[in-house]
Design a protein. Structure first.
Length: 323
């Protein structure tokens, strides 16, 4: 038994590892990837009872500084695992054989300023949801964006861990297993004060800052579903099936990218600034933070960026470990 498995699929994962061991396979790489997948499900899709297209494709996002070779290995692993789960009678998504590693699903979608403004406008003025639901979604997405939070850090945030006087937010039990403090901007703090007045009146007994009707946090599926719906509304000219794959996590990417763009526009030394961004985002390694340098040319345009100079400041990095 591997007690490190905590997701709803922990029993199936344990049985898969034992089967691979009994067949004479080396389980080191499989176990490492499986532990990573299990932790991902706990943080991003805690209610999942199967591997579906959405959580599999999210897990297969190209990671900071990850090589295509390592990503290909993860794709192969998930195919093997899904085939096993199907053989055991569970539904499971198998990436197709022609699955491309350059698919859009592996790059964060960075909203333009106009898209961001339009998106929050349709959320703020939506009359098809309850006023409190709209208020929650609007405030939560703004908080994730302005503070660079992981989606799980935002939706699981405790009411008592937000200081409405100083704007400080205490983030506990994070992905890196280290607590950290982030500080809201003045605009975000003013919005948070207005939101908490409504929230405290509606759910005085919930410990969570963003409670659902049960007092517990909203699940990731609710957030993702509503985000896709609003994203579709601001692009009525496009078939919803043809829209880019916008995720809640992309608001964190947008925060980091905009911060880097601002530093570059100001002529700041990125070597000196990246450690601050790493600490704020709660990254375990600098490679995770440097990743944002390498997505800038593909996703953002700024007349102040000299990408040739930028590439010499932050060289390309490789990442060949299992997870």
């Amino acid at each position: 038994m591997h007690n490190e498995f905590q997701s709803n699929l922990r029993t199936e994962f344990e049985n898969f590892i034992e089967l691979r061991r009994s067949m004479g396979y080396s389980i080191r790489a499989d176990l490492s990837r499986l532990k990573n997948l299990d932790a991902f499900l706990v943080e991003n899709d805690p209610d999942a009872t199967q591997l579906n297209a959405e959580n599999v494709l999210d897990w297969l996002q190209l990671r900071p500084a990850e090589s295509r070779t390592n990503l290909s290995g993860r794709v192969s692993f998930i195919r093997t695992l899904s085939r096993y789960l199907i053989a055991m009678g569970k539904e499971s998504f198998i990436p197709p054989e022609k699955f491309t590693l350059t698919s859009k699903c592996f790059s964060p979608y960075l909203l333009t300023d106009q898209e961001l403004t339009s998106l929050f406008h349709v959320i703020d003025t939506d009359e098809t949801v309850t006023p409190f639901q709209g208020c929650i979604l609007s405030t939560l997405l703004r908080l994730i964006y302005t503070c660079g939070l992981r989606p799980g850090e935002g939706k699981m945030l405790l009411r008592d861990n937000v200081n409405l006087k100083t704007g400080e937010i205490l983030l506990m039990d994070t992905k890196s297993k280290r607590d950290r403090i982030v500080v809201m901007s003045e605009d975000m703090l003013c919005l948070m004060r207005r939101y908490t007045n409504i929230r405290d009146a509606a759910f005085p007994d919930s410990i969570y800052l963003f409670p659902s009707s049960t007092g517990n946090p909203y699940d990731e599926k609710w957030l993702a579903k509503n985000l896709r719906r609003y994203f579709s509304l601001i692009h009525p000219e496009m078939d919803p099936k043809e829209l880019p794959h916008l995720r809640v996590h992309d608001f964190r990417h947008l925060f980091a990218s905009k911060r880097l763009i601002r530093w570059i526009d100001e002529g700041q030394d990125l070597n000196a600034k990246l450690p601050y961004l790493r600490t704020f985002l709660g990254h375990s390694t600098m490679d995770e933070t440097e990743y944002y340098i390498h997505i800038l040319p593909e996703n953002l345009l700024s007349s102040a960026i000299d990408f040739d100079t930028l590439s010499s400041i932050i060289p390309e990095v490789t990442y060949d470990e299992d997870c």
